[in-house]
Design a protein around this ligand. Structure first.
Ligand code: 7TS
Length: 415
């Protein structure tokens, strides 16, 4: 059956939604832009850009400390992002939502504050072979300091995690499991709920990198039952420089601050400083106020469509693209997992992915090429780079066709 996007019965007018993103009207190299680099960063709708603009022009003030009205209004607007984020991922309390500058920052916070105090010499941290470098390097740095070791869950040929190996690797010295929810290099959706349950049985804490999950599907941290969950605003209609770390209250209460400064303190004397409560003890200095307010607007925008509808829409587009890509001779999918989110990685026989990306760009199609900050994935599948198309709900069938047409042109060029 030929699945077309028109058949989506979500009740949402996705053509109208495209009009919310002015960048999609741009021409790149003489052709209408086809933006398929959403895994790197998503586009921002006018609604969010306007909200940030309004804050800068009419509402700017520092937050949390002010007695004057402008500061209190800014604080209210900024803190509304915490409540909206809590609802979005179904955390039980606002105190469990820490604002950071992005997924990378969130993982560094967990590694330094939670990891470093927990890990003893000989303890083990379990990561997977499909991690983004931001969920590898911070743990290596902490492992070095603590004298801990890192184990790696291997990948199967189709891009899934080897769950048997996972169970075997979960040992009594495993103190932390840190895995990606959705791979940015393969698109694989990992069974994080099951993985968390297994880790709990083994007595390990679970950190999940949700950078590619929260923008594309409903996520429920209580259902997953993880200890920490990290993601970034800029991949989900929000601004850069803003990220989230969910942490279970029982951990956050015990954890020490990650960075020192204002806002995180209760009382400072030169003899001794005592700290504020979570989440504030992790948020030193003036926070990214405009970005937080923008993120609150981004959540409102996404909710106006609905995360389930977004997931369904993207699945249709990915399925359609996969169906067409599979028909192209000499195209190898890197990872072909049964459960895939909005990412497709591929290579064309005899053609470097950078050449593929350059020619596609000449036709106005923006994809990403390279190792996607996941070099162990490249090594596993014997490539140095892939071409990666990543979708969002504002993409459409025409975008899929333009990608396919572009890939055929790449092949023709190198024939
Ligand atoms: N984890 C995953 C799974 C990611 O995809 C990314 C960014 C990060 C962590 C880091 O997020 P940041 O907001 O702190 O930078 N991924 C990509 C990508 O695939 N291409 O560019 C950035």
């Amino acid at each position: 059956m030929d699945r077309t996007v028109e058949k989506i019965s979500t009740g949402v007018d996705f053509d109208r939604i495209r009009a919310d993103f002015p960048v999609l009207k741009r021409k790149i190299n003489g052709r209408p832009l086809v933006y398929l680099d959403n895994a790197a960063s998503g586009q921002m709708p006018t609604f969010v850009a306007d909200r940030i603009d309004r804050y800068h022009r009419h509402e700017h003030s520092n937050v949390h400390r002010g007695i004057h009205s402008l500061s209190q209004q800014a604080t209210e607007a900024y803190e509304s992002a915490r409540e909206k984020t809590r609802q979005l991922i179904n955390a039980s309390e606002n105190e469990e939502i820490i604002f950071t500058t992005g997924t990378t920052d969130s993982i560094n916070l967990v590694a330094n504050s939670f990891g470093l105090s927990l890990l003893k010499k000989g303890d083990r941290i379990l990561l997977s072979q499909m991690e983004h470098h931001s969920n590898i390097v911070p743990w290596q740095m902490i492992a070095d300091k603590a004298g801990a070791e890192i184990d790696v869950i291997p990948l199967l040929d189709d891009g899934r995690l080897d769950m048997e190996a996972y169970e075997e690797l979960l040992g009594e010295r495993t103190k932390i499991v840190s895995v990606v929810h959705v791979s940015n290099a393969l698109g694989t959706v990992n069974p994080v709920e099951k993985m968390t349950a297994l880790a709990r049985q083994a007595g390990a804490a679970v950190v999940i990198d949700g950078a590619q999950a929260v923008p594309h599907q409903p996520v429920d941290v209580q259902q997953i039952d993880c200890d920490f969950y990290a993601f970034s605003a800029h991949k989900m209609c929000g601004p850069t420089g803003f990220g989230i770390l969910f942490g279970r209250k029982e951990h956050l209460e015990k954890m020490g601050p990650y960075r020192g400064g204002g806002n995180i303190i209760d009382k400072v004397t030169f003899e001794k400083t005592t700290y504020n409560v979570a989440p504030f003890k992790f948020e030193a200095g003036t926070p990214p106020i405009a970005a937080g307010i923008g993120f609150a607007a981004a959540i409102d925008y996404l909710n106006s469509i609905g995360m389930k509808r977004i997931a369904d829409r993207e699945q249709e587009l990915v399925d359609l693209a996969l169906e067409k890509l599979r028909k192209i001779e000499g195209l190898r999918l890197i990872g072909d997992p049964p459960e895939r989110a909005s990412v497709i990685s591929f290579v064309l026989e005899g053609i470097h992915p950078h050449d593929t990306g350059t020619i596609l760009d000449k036709h106005g199609v923006a994809i990403r090429t390279g190792h996607h900050c996941a070099q162990p994935v490249m090594e596993r599948y014997g490539v140095t780079a892939t071409a990666r198309a990543s979708f969002s709900f504002y993409n459409n069938e025409e975008d899929v066709n333009r990608l396919i047409e572009g890939v055929k042109q790449v092949k023709d060029f190198f024939k």
